[in-house]
Design a protein around this ligand. Structure first.
Ligand SMILES: [Fe+2]
Length: 163
């Protein structure tokens, strides 16, 4: 019974990775329209990474004989008004993912489900890296004015380091 609760949350995590992949893909489209070449690549890569995170959970659930359930009714609230706004939304989303991973880790430990806790360790460490990159980009982007010229310079000079 306890395992069901943990698995339900792990399945939610799978869908959160799926949602995130779609969100980052949409962000990459927005960057493409704004001619932000490196930001476009950054979010395309991120979108692909999120699919890998999702597939890792798929594989794990199948390995423990649980059929994963995909929530196909994912609706994105897309309303981006600047590159800074895009990165801030990505950062907020990663914080949400971290909270969810921590929650599942917590209940896995509480109910002594060490195999799931062990599986989640990779995600715990991954989230530290994901948050750090986005925070670094935001902290640097904040110093740039929101005009096309400055943002293009930021895209060319700074974001090239992260793709
Ligand atoms: Fe992820």
């Amino acid at each position: 019974m306890f395992e069901n609760k943990i698995i339900k949350n792990l399945n939610n995590q799978l869908n959160l990775e799926y949602f995130t992949s779609k969100l980052y893909l949409e962000m990459s489209f927005w960057c493409d329209i704004k001619n932000l070449k490196n930001a476009n690549i950054f979010f395309q890569n991120s979108s692909n990474d999120e699919l890998k995170h999702m597939n890792k959970i798929f594989k794990f659930l199948c390995d423990i004989n649980v059929l994963p359930i995909i929530n196909s009714n994912i609706s994105l609230n897309i309303n981006f008004n600047s590159l800074l706004n895009v990165f801030k939304k990505a950062y907020i989303n990663e914080k949400k993912i971290t909270r969810n991973i921590n929650y599942i880790s917590n209940i896995s430990l509480k109910y002594k489900n060490y195999k799931i806790f062990h599986f989640l360790k990779w995600y715990i460490l991954k989230q530290i890296k994901e948050e750090k990159i986005l925070k670094t980009i935001i902290d640097n982007l904040i110093f740039f004015n929101n005009n096309q010229k400055d943002i293009l310079i930021f895209d060319n000079l700074f974001l090239s380091k992260y793709i």
